[in-house]
Design a protein around this ligand. Structure first.
Ligand SMILES: *Cc1c(COP(=O)(O)O)cnc(C)c1O
Length: 406
């Protein structure tokens, strides 16, 4: 039975519990009414008011009032994620993009300046490169943050936020979190890190000096490809502001059902990450050995330009480099599509961090192509290695190469 001590991530003698124990027990508890050892899904939109409701703050998020103000399934998941990230608090919203937008719109005000990685999730790029500057008067600089000198050069007196994504989607560039945190802090700015590709099992940005960690829960933390969610782990002072602005007043709340699903999926995060890490490394090495493969980008390979930084940032002895890799074939546009059409186990679809392996062909016409290393310009795949048997995945790739006559 989950005790109060376990809820704080500690065992009876005060030693911290391990990641797997916490992934299972935090966020769960005995249901007071039924004695069930699984907390239920609470789907109500509204909660009973006290005798005199007249002094309730209708924008508060710490009392049960209305589901957009916060709800039990959200809070259970938040308690677990804050602990796994090593943060004071966490707030869970409707999607990873909601978490990105909430961070940017809460931290940045008109006239502020933000620096962000040249390779980020497309919505982060749209928000910082276009929507926030055009609609809200926020200045932004897009730089290759994998070289910290570019961050230093872009700092202005009004810089308030440095936002990095590491490893970056889809090129797998890695940024040195400690170096970025120091540069941001010396300038009086905050560092936010999109840690979706790593999950807190592989890398814990707050331990490396980051102020804010953003996770698309849709990916590894849920892990089963059946619910969207996003989390921001940071200081309570900031999560309070995010709840007030983005959750209550912009309406970015997660549904109770999705919060429950993600809480359940996250129970097996450490087991799944070990398998994703091991399988992706084996597949990256296999791809690197094939004559038809033009390049492979995976931070776990010694050939990756930022392998040393990536290895230094790992949170635990059994952490790895994640489940996503990019590679290109020595063929043309049609050859890449032909290869995908011959795969039987790996599915052609976007997203990542699911149980099943997913591949997407990113052709030659991405508007941000000029920001990618040159080998990406001829078209490439993003492969999100799933939890199938590694040998089945390798055979699927080899078979598709042969069938596609590459
Ligand atoms: C998928 C993804 C997001 C967006 O998350 P959603 O839950 O789809 O909104 C943000 N960042 C990264 C790195 C992602 O891969």
């Amino acid at each position: 039975m989950t005790s109060d001590l376990v809820h704080h991530g500690e065992s009876f003698d005060g030693t911290p519990l391990g990641f797997a124990t916490k992934s299972i027990h935090l966020g769960n508890g005995v249901d007071a009414e039924t004695g069930a050892i699984r907390r239920p899904i609470t789907l109500a939109n509204a909660y009973a008011l006290p005798y005199d409701p007249s002094d309730i703050n209708w924008s508060s998020s710490d009392v049960n009032l209305y589901t957009r103000n916060g709800h039990p399934n959200q809070r259970y998941l938040e308690a677990k994620l804050a602990n796994l990230e090593g943060a004071e608090d966490a707030v869970v919203l409707a999607s990873g993009v909601a978490a990105l937008a909430a961070t940017f719109t809460t931290v940045l005000n008109r006239g502020d300046h933000a620096i962000f990685s040249d390779t980020t999730y497309i919505a982060a790029y749209r928000l910082l490169n276009q929507i926030l500057p055009e609609k809200y008067g926020i200045e932004t600089s897009i730089v290759d943050t994998s070289d910290p000198r570019n961050i230093a050069d872009a700092i202005r007196p009004n810089t308030k936020l440095v936002h990095i994504e590491t490893p970056a989607n889809p090129t797998l560039k890695v940024t040195d979190i400690e170096a970025a945190a120091k540069l941001a802090h010396d300038a009086g700015a905050l560092l936010s890190v999109d840690n979706t590709f790593n999950s807190p099992f592989n890398v814990r940005p707050i331990d490396l000096g980051a102020d804010i960690v953003i996770e698309s829960l849709t990916k590894y933390i849920n892990g089963h490809g059946d619910a969207l969610g996003g989390a921001i782990a940071t200081r309570k002072e900031l999560t309070d502001q995010i709840r007030f602005t983005y959750q209550v007043n912009y309406g970015g709340i997660i549904s109770p059902f999705n919060a429950w699903l993600i809480n359940r999926g996250s129970v097996t995060l450490p087991l799944r990450m070990r398998q994703h890490n091991a399988s992706a490394l084996a597949i990256a090495k296999h791809l690197e050995s094939l004559p038809q493969v033009r390049f492979v980008a995976y931070p776990g390979l010694e050939s990756h330009p930022h392998h040393d930084v990536a290895a230094r940032q790992l949170a635990r002895p059994d952490s790895g480099f994640g489940g996503v890799l990019a590679f290109g074939l020595d063929t043309d546009h049609d050859g890449h599509n032909r290869f995908v059409s011959k795969l039987n186990v790996i599915t052609s679809a976007v997203s990542l961090g699911h149980d099943e392996s997913l591949i997407v062909f990113l052709g030659e016409d991405d508007e941000r192509q000029y920001l990618y290393p040159p080998e990406f310009h001829r078209g490439f795949f993003r492969l999100a290695v799933g939890l199938e048997d590694t040998d089945d995945l390798i055979r699927d790739i080899d078979h598709a190469l042969a069938e596609a006559e590459l």
